[in-house]
Design a protein around this ligand. Structure first.
Ligand SMILES: *[C@@H]1O[C@H](CO)[C@@H](O)[C@H](O)[C@H]1NC(C)=O
Ligand SMILES: *[C@@H]1O[C@H](CO)[C@@H](O)[C@H](O)[C@H]1NC(C)=O
Length: 238
């Protein structure tokens, strides 16, 4: 069910298309009437508004309808955060506490912002009533700035030109992105030569991205083993 929900969310996201940053005057008023509800990272000189300890608790009512909005007197109207040019790529670094802020009060083990920076969504571009939308196919892992590893059964029936990869996405229902997601078209799909679609042996595929991902705090690679071990047949990997 959770997977279906995620899928539905991704489809919804894809259908929505790019959203414009709202003007201050369009922001919803907070309950006190004087302030407005804005995404947490747009308040206070671009610094995250929290309880002082770098934490937002979504159970504490802000008076705003969106769970990640805060009441703000003087919000930024433009996005204050630009990709960190000084980012030093490190493979496989999990941001247990998110980046900039830790969100508390989740009920279902939701991830923090950029908790798994290598996680990718593999999407299929489709034109519906003259408008291009992205359908969610499956997940993948960024193993190199230009290569995503995914399952062969997920992409073997699609043309590379129909595929797209989304990196650095967090909440598919919101453009709540202090760090923007990155979309990349796929230039080539390489299926494992011994992939067997009947029993899913060697269910691996590499997606080559048309332009490399820009590695940043929310988009980075997972580590590859430099000394791979050949495991015995029937070895349980999990
Ligand atoms: C959250 O994760 C923990 C540990 O992985 C697990 O025991 C628990 O059942 C999960 N809770 C939910 C609601 O998925
Ligand atoms: C693929 O798997 C099926 C089912 O196990 C098997 O019968 C078939 O021989 C396999 N094909 C190849 C090319 O290995």
């Amino acid at each position: 069910m959770r997977h279906l929900a995620v899928l539905a969310a991704l489809v919804a996201l894809a259908a929505a298309g790019p959203r414009e940053r709202r003007q201050t005057t369009e922001y919803e008023r907070c309950q006190d009437g004087t302030k407005v509800c804005v995404p947490y990272y747009l308040c206070q000189d671009g610094k995250v508004i929290t309880d002082g300890s770098g934490v937002i608790d979504i159970r504490t009512a802000s008076g705003c309808s969106n769970y990640l909005d805060v009441c703000c007197a003087d919000p930024h109207t433009t996005d204050p955060v630009t990709p960190d040019p000084g980012h030093v790529s490190r493979c496989g670094v999990r941001n247990y506490n998110g980046i900039d802020v830790r969100i508390q009060g989740f009920q279902g083990n939701e991830t923090q912002v950029a908790e798994f920076p290598w996680m990718s969504a593999v999407l299929k571009k489709e034109v519906v009533s003259g408008e291009e939308i992205n359908l969610y196919l499956c997940g993948g892992s960024l193993i190199h700035p230009s290569i995503v590893l995914t399952a062969a059964h997920c992409v073997n029936k699609h043309l590379s030109s129909d595929l797209r990869v989304r990196l650095g996405e967090w909440d598919t229902q919101n453009e709540y992105e202090p760090y923007k997601h990155q979309d990349r078209d796929v230039s080539a799909v390489v299926i494992h030569p011994r992939f067997n679609g009947s029993n899913l042996h060697n269910d691996y595929a590499l997606l080559y991205l048309q332009t490399p991902a820009e590695l940043s705090r929310n988009v980075d690679v997972i580590c590859l083993d430099n000394n791979p071990t050949i495991l015995a047949p029937h070895h349980n990997c999990l």
